[in-house]
Design a protein around this ligand. Structure first.
Ligand code: SF4
Length: 295
């Protein structure tokens, strides 16, 4: 099977050099997040776009604390079997931050809390309601964990009708045991289908490449997503957060990202972002501008 065009995982290629930006709005975002003592996936997952996004006054809020019960090998978020208890003020604090940042489009995500009966679904619901109360005009994208396949927890959250329901499949099925051992490719697809069929939501998913997948495998996964009613997809280069994490197998060229975009658009995705630095919530608000055309 053909390995996608790319360069071996030695020195980072030119196209992965980050242009550092900082300025007043970057500092303002950092201060504000600090003032509300909020976690962000931007920082916890060491996102390469942090500087750019915070300078644009956007951030992705991390709910349910910043310690996860899963051990995905690509992820820099802290891990423990029993993370600290939930912060009861978290929903209000996030709503205040969204209000202070005057966000028209807010992206929420969370760690996975398999230690909680509802996986943290009730705290998610409280957070959406708190944001809606303070800033009713803000669109909300929820990048959710799989809640261990707990359908009543999923329905509880999906019934809040976020503008976009996002759940990443992250990689191709052949790499699951290596990349996200506690997750299930089929369960993730079923979650997206449930959001579409049962709740009529606009759905989105994401893939990281450069971990050993083939071009055919990516194409098949894109097809699987379309077959499960997925409207939008993001495809970005995996970057190793530390030597303790999964090594990068290949730096995929921008040309191949363009190829993936063309394949995804041909398969019928309404919106596609495919480029080395693309992450699940990178420029997520651009989708909102087109979401009217979504079901
Ligand atoms: S479930 Fe999410 S936060 Fe937890 S380790 Fe995996 S990717 Fe990271």
């Amino acid at each position: 099977m053909q390995k996608p065009m790319g360069v071996g995982a030695g020195r980072k290629p030119e196209w992965l050099k980050i242009k550092m930006t900082s300025g007043a709005s970057f500092a303002a975002t950092r201060q504000l997040l600090g003032r509300h003592s909020l976690h962000t996936v931007c920082r916890s997952a060491m996102c390469p776009n942090l500087q750019e996004c915070w300078s644009r006054g956007t951030a992705t809020f991390l709910l349910l604390g910043n310690v996860c019960t899963r051990t995905c090998r690509f992820c820099a978020v802290g891990k423990a079997e029993s993370p600290p208890a939930l912060d009861p003020d978290e929903p209000k604090k996030i709503a205040l931050a969204v209000h202070s940042m005057r966000l028209k489009y807010a992206v929420l995500t969370s760690v996975t809390r398999d230690d909680l009966d509802d996986g943290g679904a009730a705290q998610w619901v409280e957070t959406l309601r708190a944001i809606r109360q303070l800033t009713p005009s803000t669109s909300i994208e929820c990048l959710i964990p799989d809640f261990h396949g707990n359908n009543s927890a999923l329905d509880l959250l999906m019934a809040e009708v976020p503008e976009v329901l996002n759940h990443n499949i992250e990689t191709v099925p052949s790499l699951y045991s290596k990349v996200r051992p506690q997750a299930s490719y089929t369960a993730s697809l079923k979650l997206l289908l449930r959001a579409k069929e049962r709740h009529g939501l606009a759905t989105k998913s994401g893939l990281m490449v450069g971990m050993g997948e083939t071009l055919e495998e990516i194409t098949t996964s894109l097809y699987d997503l379309i077959r499960h009613g997925c409207d939008m997809v993001t495809i970005g280069q995996y970057l190793q957060p530390s030597p303790a994490h999964l090594p990068v197998e290949r730096y995929i060229t921008p040309e191949v990202f363009d190829q993936y975009r063309d394949i995804a658009l041909t398969l019928g995705f309404r919106h596609v972002q495919s480029a080395p630095f693309v992450r699940s919530s990178y420029h997520a608000e651009t989708y909102a501008q087109n979401s009217e055309s979504l079901p």
